[in-house]
Write a protein that binds this ligand. Structure first.
Ligand code: LMR
Length: 405
Protein backbone atom coordinates (compact mmCIF):
# COMPACT_ATOMS: atom_id res chain seq x y z
CA UNK A 1 0.00 0.00 0.00
CA UNK A 2 1.33 3.44 -0.90
CA UNK A 3 0.48 6.28 1.45
CA UNK A 4 0.75 9.68 -0.32
CA UNK A 5 3.74 11.72 0.85
CA UNK A 6 1.96 15.06 0.61
CA UNK A 7 -1.66 15.92 1.24
CA UNK A 8 -3.85 17.09 -1.62
CA UNK A 9 -5.97 18.84 0.99
CA UNK A 10 -3.29 20.89 2.73
CA UNK A 11 -5.07 24.12 1.77
CA UNK A 12 -8.35 23.07 3.42
CA UNK A 13 -8.69 24.96 6.71
CA UNK A 14 -9.99 23.26 9.86
CA UNK A 15 -13.72 23.79 10.48
CA UNK A 16 -14.23 26.11 13.44
CA UNK A 17 -17.46 24.25 14.24
CA UNK A 18 -21.06 25.45 14.19
CA UNK A 19 -21.88 27.91 17.00
CA UNK A 20 -24.95 25.88 18.01
CA UNK A 21 -24.39 22.25 16.95
CA UNK A 22 -20.82 22.10 18.34
CA UNK A 23 -22.24 22.84 21.78
CA UNK A 24 -24.45 19.77 21.50
CA UNK A 25 -21.34 17.66 20.86
CA UNK A 26 -19.40 19.31 23.72
CA UNK A 27 -22.35 18.71 26.04
CA UNK A 28 -22.51 15.02 25.16
CA UNK A 29 -18.81 14.64 26.00
CA UNK A 30 -19.08 16.53 29.29
CA UNK A 31 -18.75 13.93 32.10
CA UNK A 32 -20.22 16.14 34.86
CA UNK A 33 -23.43 14.51 36.18
CA UNK A 34 -25.28 17.75 36.95
CA UNK A 35 -24.83 19.21 33.43
CA UNK A 36 -27.73 21.18 31.91
CA UNK A 37 -28.22 21.62 28.15
CA UNK A 38 -29.85 24.96 27.32
CA UNK A 39 -28.21 25.43 23.95
CA UNK A 40 -29.60 23.64 20.89
CA UNK A 41 -33.28 24.08 19.99
CA UNK A 42 -34.58 20.64 20.90
CA UNK A 43 -37.74 20.18 22.97
CA UNK A 44 -37.10 18.06 26.08
CA UNK A 45 -39.87 16.89 28.38
CA UNK A 46 -39.99 17.28 32.17
CA UNK A 47 -37.78 14.18 32.51
CA UNK A 48 -35.19 15.71 30.18
CA UNK A 49 -36.04 13.26 27.38
CA UNK A 50 -36.65 13.94 23.71
CA UNK A 51 -40.29 12.84 23.45
CA UNK A 52 -41.85 10.46 20.95
CA UNK A 53 -45.27 12.06 20.57
CA UNK A 54 -48.26 9.75 21.04
CA UNK A 55 -49.70 10.92 17.71
CA UNK A 56 -46.46 9.88 15.99
CA UNK A 57 -46.34 6.57 17.88
CA UNK A 58 -49.88 5.82 16.65
CA UNK A 59 -48.95 6.82 13.10
CA UNK A 60 -45.86 4.54 13.27
CA UNK A 61 -48.11 1.66 14.40
CA UNK A 62 -50.50 2.28 11.52
CA UNK A 63 -47.69 2.43 8.99
CA UNK A 64 -46.16 -0.76 10.38
CA UNK A 65 -49.41 -2.56 9.41
CA UNK A 66 -48.81 -1.66 5.80
CA UNK A 67 -45.13 -1.82 4.88
CA UNK A 68 -44.68 -0.39 1.41
CA UNK A 69 -41.69 -0.26 -0.94
CA UNK A 70 -39.41 2.72 -0.60
CA UNK A 71 -39.28 4.11 -4.12
CA UNK A 72 -38.24 7.61 -5.12
CA UNK A 73 -40.72 10.31 -4.26
CA UNK A 74 -41.30 12.92 -6.95
CA UNK A 75 -38.80 15.81 -6.82
CA UNK A 76 -41.47 18.03 -5.26
CA UNK A 77 -42.38 15.41 -2.62
CA UNK A 78 -45.51 13.41 -1.84
CA UNK A 79 -48.76 14.96 -3.07
CA UNK A 80 -50.76 14.07 0.07
CA UNK A 81 -48.11 15.59 2.33
CA UNK A 82 -47.88 18.78 0.28
CA UNK A 83 -51.65 19.30 0.33
CA UNK A 84 -51.98 18.57 4.06
CA UNK A 85 -49.09 20.85 4.98
CA UNK A 86 -50.39 23.67 2.81
CA UNK A 87 -53.70 23.46 4.66
CA UNK A 88 -51.99 23.45 8.06
CA UNK A 89 -49.85 26.47 7.23
CA UNK A 90 -52.33 28.63 5.30
CA UNK A 91 -55.65 27.45 6.76
CA UNK A 92 -58.20 25.21 5.09
CA UNK A 93 -60.59 27.50 3.27
CA UNK A 94 -58.30 30.29 2.18
CA UNK A 95 -58.41 31.92 -1.23
CA UNK A 96 -54.68 31.42 -1.87
CA UNK A 97 -55.05 27.67 -1.19
CA UNK A 98 -58.31 27.19 -3.07
CA UNK A 99 -57.13 29.09 -6.13
CA UNK A 100 -53.99 26.96 -6.40
CA UNK A 101 -51.60 29.92 -6.39
CA UNK A 102 -49.22 28.45 -3.80
CA UNK A 103 -46.34 26.28 -5.03
CA UNK A 104 -45.60 23.83 -2.19
CA UNK A 105 -42.55 21.62 -2.07
CA UNK A 106 -41.67 18.94 0.50
CA UNK A 107 -38.25 19.82 1.91
CA UNK A 108 -35.57 18.43 4.20
CA UNK A 109 -36.77 20.25 7.31
CA UNK A 110 -36.96 24.02 7.56
CA UNK A 111 -33.28 24.25 6.59
CA UNK A 112 -34.06 22.46 3.32
CA UNK A 113 -36.77 25.04 2.61
CA UNK A 114 -34.27 27.85 3.19
CA UNK A 115 -31.66 26.20 0.98
CA UNK A 116 -33.96 25.48 -1.98
CA UNK A 117 -35.54 28.93 -1.62
CA UNK A 118 -32.13 30.62 -1.47
CA UNK A 119 -30.86 28.75 -4.56
CA UNK A 120 -34.03 29.63 -6.48
CA UNK A 121 -33.74 33.30 -5.47
CA UNK A 122 -30.07 33.45 -6.46
CA UNK A 123 -30.92 32.09 -9.90
CA UNK A 124 -33.91 34.33 -10.65
CA UNK A 125 -33.07 37.43 -8.55
CA UNK A 126 -29.26 37.25 -8.74
CA UNK A 127 -28.59 40.81 -7.60
CA UNK A 128 -31.13 40.99 -4.77
CA UNK A 129 -29.73 41.62 -1.29
CA UNK A 130 -31.06 39.59 1.64
CA UNK A 131 -32.01 41.44 4.83
CA UNK A 132 -32.22 39.55 8.11
CA UNK A 133 -33.11 40.69 11.62
CA UNK A 134 -30.30 41.81 13.92
CA UNK A 135 -29.83 39.27 15.42
CA UNK A 136 -31.11 36.15 13.67
CA UNK A 137 -30.44 32.41 13.68
CA UNK A 138 -26.74 32.18 12.76
CA UNK A 139 -27.40 29.69 9.97
CA UNK A 140 -29.74 32.07 8.09
CA UNK A 141 -26.74 34.17 7.19
CA UNK A 142 -24.60 31.13 6.34
CA UNK A 143 -27.27 29.61 4.09
CA UNK A 144 -28.06 32.72 2.05
CA UNK A 145 -24.37 33.61 1.73
CA UNK A 146 -23.71 29.99 0.81
CA UNK A 147 -26.21 30.38 -2.04
CA UNK A 148 -24.18 33.36 -3.29
CA UNK A 149 -26.42 36.19 -2.04
CA UNK A 150 -25.25 39.15 0.01
CA UNK A 151 -26.74 39.37 3.49
CA UNK A 152 -27.39 42.57 5.47
CA UNK A 153 -29.29 43.23 8.70
CA UNK A 154 -32.25 45.39 9.67
CA UNK A 155 -32.75 46.67 13.25
CA UNK A 156 -34.76 44.26 15.40
CA UNK A 157 -33.83 43.74 19.02
CA UNK A 158 -33.04 46.36 21.61
CA UNK A 159 -30.59 44.82 24.05
CA UNK A 160 -31.04 47.64 26.55
CA UNK A 161 -34.78 47.12 27.00
CA UNK A 162 -35.24 43.55 25.75
CA UNK A 163 -37.91 44.78 23.31
CA UNK A 164 -38.47 45.07 19.56
CA UNK A 165 -37.14 48.16 17.73
CA UNK A 166 -40.21 48.16 15.56
CA UNK A 167 -40.09 51.76 14.33
CA UNK A 168 -36.44 51.43 13.30
CA UNK A 169 -37.20 48.06 11.67
CA UNK A 170 -40.10 49.48 9.67
CA UNK A 171 -38.11 52.54 8.59
CA UNK A 172 -35.21 50.35 7.44
CA UNK A 173 -37.53 48.04 5.50
CA UNK A 174 -39.29 51.01 3.88
CA UNK A 175 -35.91 52.23 2.63
CA UNK A 176 -34.84 48.96 0.97
CA UNK A 177 -34.34 48.79 -2.81
CA UNK A 178 -37.24 47.13 -4.66
CA UNK A 179 -36.68 43.41 -5.15
CA UNK A 180 -34.81 42.99 -1.85
CA UNK A 181 -35.42 39.77 0.06
CA UNK A 182 -36.59 40.27 3.66
CA UNK A 183 -36.22 37.32 5.99
CA UNK A 184 -38.81 37.30 8.78
CA UNK A 185 -39.69 34.89 11.59
CA UNK A 186 -43.39 33.94 11.76
CA UNK A 187 -43.33 33.32 15.53
CA UNK A 188 -41.01 32.46 18.43
CA UNK A 189 -38.13 34.52 16.99
CA UNK A 190 -34.83 32.66 17.09
CA UNK A 191 -32.75 33.72 19.05
CA UNK A 192 -34.58 36.51 20.92
CA UNK A 193 -38.08 35.12 21.56
CA UNK A 194 -39.39 38.63 20.70
CA UNK A 195 -42.14 38.66 18.07
CA UNK A 196 -44.09 41.32 16.19
CA UNK A 197 -47.63 41.94 17.45
CA UNK A 198 -50.51 41.55 14.99
CA UNK A 199 -50.78 45.31 14.84
CA UNK A 200 -47.11 45.54 13.91
CA UNK A 201 -47.52 42.89 11.19
CA UNK A 202 -50.46 44.92 9.88
CA UNK A 203 -48.14 47.91 9.51
CA UNK A 204 -45.29 45.86 8.06
CA UNK A 205 -47.21 43.88 5.41
CA UNK A 206 -48.27 46.91 3.28
CA UNK A 207 -44.69 48.23 3.48
CA UNK A 208 -43.41 44.92 2.11
CA UNK A 209 -45.95 44.87 -0.70
CA UNK A 210 -45.72 48.55 -1.66
CA UNK A 211 -41.93 48.41 -1.53
CA UNK A 212 -41.87 45.56 -4.08
CA UNK A 213 -39.94 43.42 -1.56
CA UNK A 214 -39.78 39.63 -1.39
CA UNK A 215 -40.71 38.42 2.10
CA UNK A 216 -39.22 35.06 3.12
CA UNK A 217 -40.87 33.88 6.32
CA UNK A 218 -39.24 31.15 8.37
CA UNK A 219 -41.79 29.28 10.51
CA UNK A 220 -39.83 26.68 12.48
CA UNK A 221 -41.96 26.75 15.63
CA UNK A 222 -45.62 26.66 14.58
CA UNK A 223 -47.62 25.81 17.72
CA UNK A 224 -44.87 26.74 20.20
CA UNK A 225 -46.02 30.35 20.61
CA UNK A 226 -49.81 30.56 21.04
CA UNK A 227 -51.19 27.70 18.93
CA UNK A 228 -51.06 26.24 15.41
CA UNK A 229 -53.48 28.74 13.89
CA UNK A 230 -52.42 31.71 16.00
CA UNK A 231 -48.74 31.27 15.13
CA UNK A 232 -49.49 30.98 11.40
CA UNK A 233 -51.47 34.23 11.48
CA UNK A 234 -48.70 36.40 9.93
CA UNK A 235 -48.26 33.93 7.06
CA UNK A 236 -51.99 33.90 6.37
CA UNK A 237 -52.19 37.69 6.63
CA UNK A 238 -49.40 38.01 4.05
CA UNK A 239 -51.15 35.63 1.65
CA UNK A 240 -54.53 37.32 2.18
CA UNK A 241 -52.99 40.74 1.51
CA UNK A 242 -51.70 39.56 -1.87
CA UNK A 243 -48.01 39.39 -0.94
CA UNK A 244 -45.92 37.24 -3.25
CA UNK A 245 -43.70 35.55 -0.75
CA UNK A 246 -41.71 32.54 0.40
CA UNK A 247 -42.68 30.58 3.50
CA UNK A 248 -40.54 27.80 4.98
CA UNK A 249 -42.01 25.56 7.66
CA UNK A 250 -40.53 22.78 9.75
CA UNK A 251 -41.90 19.79 11.67
CA UNK A 252 -38.64 19.12 13.52
CA UNK A 253 -39.72 20.73 16.78
CA UNK A 254 -43.51 20.58 16.83
CA UNK A 255 -43.61 16.86 15.91
CA UNK A 256 -40.28 16.05 17.62
CA UNK A 257 -39.15 14.58 14.29
CA UNK A 258 -35.75 16.26 13.97
CA UNK A 259 -33.92 13.46 12.20
CA UNK A 260 -36.72 12.74 9.72
CA UNK A 261 -36.10 16.12 8.04
CA UNK A 262 -39.71 17.09 7.41
CA UNK A 263 -40.54 20.55 6.20
CA UNK A 264 -41.93 22.46 3.27
CA UNK A 265 -41.32 25.50 1.11
CA UNK A 266 -44.34 27.45 -0.09
CA UNK A 267 -44.11 30.17 -2.72
CA UNK A 268 -47.25 32.29 -2.83
CA UNK A 269 -47.70 33.52 -6.40
CA UNK A 270 -50.07 35.85 -8.23
CA UNK A 271 -51.82 33.04 -10.16
CA UNK A 272 -52.14 29.26 -10.35
CA UNK A 273 -50.27 29.30 -13.67
CA UNK A 274 -47.28 31.08 -12.16
CA UNK A 275 -47.35 28.70 -9.19
CA UNK A 276 -47.01 25.78 -11.63
CA UNK A 277 -44.06 27.43 -13.36
CA UNK A 278 -42.38 28.23 -10.04
CA UNK A 279 -42.98 24.68 -8.81
CA UNK A 280 -41.27 23.40 -11.96
CA UNK A 281 -38.14 25.44 -11.24
CA UNK A 282 -38.21 24.43 -7.58
CA UNK A 283 -38.21 20.80 -8.76
CA UNK A 284 -35.20 21.57 -10.95
CA UNK A 285 -33.48 23.12 -7.91
CA UNK A 286 -34.17 19.98 -5.88
CA UNK A 287 -32.86 17.78 -8.69
CA UNK A 288 -29.61 19.76 -8.70
CA UNK A 289 -29.29 19.47 -4.92
CA UNK A 290 -30.47 16.06 -3.68
CA UNK A 291 -32.88 14.79 -6.33
CA UNK A 292 -35.86 13.88 -4.17
CA UNK A 293 -36.89 14.03 -0.51
CA UNK A 294 -37.07 11.11 1.97
CA UNK A 295 -40.16 8.97 2.43
CA UNK A 296 -40.76 7.90 6.01
CA UNK A 297 -41.14 11.14 7.99
CA UNK A 298 -43.59 12.62 5.53
CA UNK A 299 -45.74 9.51 5.80
CA UNK A 300 -45.88 9.97 9.58
CA UNK A 301 -46.82 13.65 9.33
CA UNK A 302 -49.40 13.01 6.61
CA UNK A 303 -50.97 10.19 8.63
CA UNK A 304 -51.44 12.54 11.59
CA UNK A 305 -52.63 15.54 9.55
CA UNK A 306 -55.17 13.48 7.60
CA UNK A 307 -56.84 11.75 10.57
CA UNK A 308 -59.08 13.93 12.77
CA UNK A 309 -58.39 11.85 15.87
CA UNK A 310 -54.61 11.94 15.50
CA UNK A 311 -54.69 15.61 14.62
CA UNK A 312 -56.63 16.34 17.82
CA UNK A 313 -54.16 14.25 19.81
CA UNK A 314 -51.20 16.14 18.30
CA UNK A 315 -52.84 19.51 19.06
CA UNK A 316 -53.25 18.39 22.67
CA UNK A 317 -49.62 17.28 22.90
CA UNK A 318 -48.47 20.58 21.42
CA UNK A 319 -50.48 22.42 24.07
CA UNK A 320 -48.70 20.40 26.76
CA UNK A 321 -45.30 21.27 25.28
CA UNK A 322 -46.20 24.94 24.97
CA UNK A 323 -47.47 25.13 28.53
CA UNK A 324 -44.37 23.41 29.87
CA UNK A 325 -42.17 25.98 28.13
CA UNK A 326 -44.22 28.81 29.64
CA UNK A 327 -44.05 27.20 33.08
CA UNK A 328 -40.27 26.88 32.85
CA UNK A 329 -39.94 30.53 31.82
CA UNK A 330 -42.04 31.44 34.84
CA UNK A 331 -40.00 29.25 37.22
CA UNK A 332 -36.66 30.61 35.97
CA UNK A 333 -37.93 34.17 36.12
CA UNK A 334 -39.27 33.77 39.67
CA UNK A 335 -36.04 32.20 40.95
CA UNK A 336 -33.87 34.85 39.28
CA UNK A 337 -36.06 37.71 40.43
CA UNK A 338 -35.84 36.48 43.99
CA UNK A 339 -32.05 36.61 43.83
CA UNK A 340 -31.86 39.86 41.86
CA UNK A 341 -34.88 41.82 43.17
CA UNK A 342 -33.62 45.18 41.88
CA UNK A 343 -33.46 44.02 38.22
CA UNK A 344 -36.31 44.13 35.69
CA UNK A 345 -36.27 40.57 34.37
CA UNK A 346 -39.79 40.57 32.94
CA UNK A 347 -38.41 39.82 29.46
CA UNK A 348 -37.91 36.22 30.56
CA UNK A 349 -41.68 35.79 30.65
CA UNK A 350 -42.73 38.01 27.76
CA UNK A 351 -40.42 36.29 25.25
CA UNK A 352 -42.09 33.37 23.48
CA UNK A 353 -41.25 29.93 22.18
CA UNK A 354 -38.19 27.86 22.98
CA UNK A 355 -35.67 30.65 23.31
CA UNK A 356 -34.90 33.38 25.75
CA UNK A 357 -32.30 36.02 25.00
CA UNK A 358 -30.76 36.43 28.42
CA UNK A 359 -28.47 39.38 27.78
CA UNK A 360 -25.55 37.31 29.14
CA UNK A 361 -22.21 38.06 27.50
CA UNK A 362 -20.07 35.39 25.85
CA UNK A 363 -17.74 35.54 28.87
CA UNK A 364 -20.66 34.94 31.26
CA UNK A 365 -21.87 32.03 29.09
CA UNK A 366 -18.34 30.57 29.16
CA UNK A 367 -18.27 30.81 32.93
CA UNK A 368 -21.60 28.99 33.23
CA UNK A 369 -20.30 26.19 31.05
CA UNK A 370 -16.85 25.91 32.65
CA UNK A 371 -17.86 26.31 36.26
CA UNK A 372 -21.45 25.04 36.40
CA UNK A 373 -21.79 22.68 33.39
CA UNK A 374 -24.69 24.83 32.13
CA UNK A 375 -24.64 25.22 28.34
CA UNK A 376 -26.11 28.25 26.54
CA UNK A 377 -25.27 29.60 23.07
CA UNK A 378 -22.51 32.22 23.35
CA UNK A 379 -24.88 34.91 22.04
CA UNK A 380 -26.67 34.55 25.40
CA UNK A 381 -29.53 32.49 23.91
CA UNK A 382 -31.06 30.05 26.36
CA UNK A 383 -33.34 27.19 25.30
CA UNK A 384 -35.99 26.95 28.01
CA UNK A 385 -36.92 23.35 27.16
CA UNK A 386 -33.74 22.06 28.84
CA UNK A 387 -35.12 23.33 32.15
CA UNK A 388 -37.16 21.12 34.47
CA UNK A 389 -38.18 20.99 38.12
CA UNK A 390 -34.92 19.33 39.11
CA UNK A 391 -32.48 21.75 37.46
CA UNK A 392 -34.19 25.14 37.37
CA UNK A 393 -33.09 26.24 40.88
CA UNK A 394 -29.47 25.25 40.24
CA UNK A 395 -29.56 27.07 36.89
CA UNK A 396 -31.09 30.22 38.34
CA UNK A 397 -28.52 30.30 41.17
CA UNK A 398 -25.62 30.08 38.72
CA UNK A 399 -27.16 32.62 36.33
CA UNK A 400 -27.88 35.07 39.15
CA UNK A 401 -24.25 34.74 40.27
CA UNK A 402 -22.85 35.68 36.86
CA UNK A 403 -25.51 38.35 36.29
CA UNK A 404 -24.81 39.96 39.66
CA UNK A 405 -21.04 40.23 39.10
C1 LMR B 1 -31.41 25.91 16.94
O1 LMR B 1 -31.47 27.09 16.58
O2 LMR B 1 -30.85 25.55 17.98
C2 LMR B 1 -32.07 24.86 16.12
O3 LMR B 1 -32.75 25.44 15.07
C3 LMR B 1 -31.14 23.80 15.71
C4 LMR B 1 -30.17 24.25 14.68
O4 LMR B 1 -30.12 23.59 13.64
O5 LMR B 1 -29.45 25.22 14.89
Amino acid sequence: MTVPATSAFAHVPAYAGDPILSLMEDFQHDPRPNKVSLSVGLYFDEQGRLPVLQAIRRAEEQLAQNIVPCGYLPMEGAAGYRAAVQKLVFGAEREAVNSGRIATLQTLGGSGALKVGADFLKRYFPHAGVWVSDPTWENHVAMFEGAGLTVHTYPYYDGATGTLRFNAMLAAIRALPRGSIVLLHACCHNPTGVDLSRQQWQALIPALIEGGLIPFVDMAYQGFGDGLDEDAWPVRALADAGAQCFIGNSFSKNFSLYGERCGALHVVCASANTAQTVLGQLKATVRRNYSSPPTHGQRLVTTVLQADELLALWRQELTTMRERMKAMRGALHAALQQRLPERDLSYFITQRGMFSYTGLSAAQVDELRDRDAIYLVRSGRLCVTGLNASNVAQTAAAMARVMGQ
